[in-house]
Ligand binder design. Sequence first.
Ligand code: FCB
Length: 438
Amino acid sequence: MARSGFTWGVATASYQIEGATHRDGRVPSIWDTFSATPGKVLNGDTGEVACDHYHRWEGDVDLIASLGVDAYRLSIAWPRVMDERGRANRAGLDFYKRLLDRLEAKGVQRFVTLYHWDLPQHLQDRGGWLNRDTAYRFADYADLVSRELAGQATAWATLNEPWCSAHLGYGDGRHAPGLADHRFASQAMHHLLLGHGLALPVLESNDPRARRGIVANVGRGTTDRDTAADRDAAQLYEVQHNAWVLDALFKGAYPADLFRLWPGTEPLVLPGDMAIISRPIDFLGINYYFRTNVRSDGAHGFVEVPLEGVERTQMGWEVYPQGLQDLLVGFKAAYPALPPIYITENGMASDDKVVNGTVDDAQRIAFLNRHVAAVDAAMKAGVDVRGYFVWSLMDNYEWAYGYERRFGIVHVDYATQQRTPKQSAKALTAFLRSRAAV
Ligand code: FCB
């Protein structure tokens, strides 16, 4: 896909790569607490060291530049740049200033996410995203960062995957802070999205030239049974995974079907909130990984029924590029207000090993090629997609799965912190060079 103006990038997130959780005045985050809680994360892994990017950032920027990508998507750790009283932490801000400067000097665009899940623990102690005040604290944080780093970001994304923060964090407890109640999830979602909407005018006034958006994870739900109830179940899956966020952003309302699935979970919404949440944005980031086969549960919900004989990744996720194409085309039809899209994450985990200096990750090369082809097909069908970021630049801390699941196109040996570009990284670079040559 050699379209000019299309942005190719790689992505990471602060807690997953930085390590140095106790350095330079960083305050604890909910992921420090959660990962230190026995039984929450595979093998008890924490982000304390991770890829030690906080100390190795210069080499990592050189690595990114050497790949030949146009852009790097990273996130800022809220607990690194603000203390408990809302005051700036200079050392943390300076880290990001230097990082963004070096990326710019190397000609790499900076797509900066403000919130990729590492909420300061002191805010969680006051209720976290269940507390409406956290949305206002998020806007304060966005204000500080966009004033301090004005001119250094190509684009700001407010939140990464509010569905994961709300549903996995507050609805089923698989992620920090580990609460499990659908009413909590829906209230947390509302406050997350409110924080997003409150931050938009702040970003605009502090850094008018940077684009502003949000990143949503989306999932394709289909059914292998041809009955009305099963088709309804598949649709409900997509309401729960996609429309919950996208309807709020682009229609200014939560989908009624969500509360058919989970009756009595309507959040408290104050007058004016939905207008704030649905403020216009310059781009929508889409993270896509897999499709889920579902059937009716016989009542008002769906159950997941894994398909046999399909290709899967180390996560157990089905490889299903068609889902990305279908979703993109569907979103264009469903949302007249849809802004230009960036695929801000797509990729796969595999159990990669370095053998004689090489990491042969042929499955990932095929995965990426097929998903890029799906994006191309959606573009040909009229969807305005402006870029594609591989998740991830390098193997890192995969949340509740710790270090076992390797998503990188660069291999990380956690004992030595040695980075080894996998064959997929080499294939990406070769592709980007061939594009440059035409
Ligand atoms: C997404 C997250 C990202 C990474 C990938 C595999 O949900 O945004 O941090 O963990 O999944």
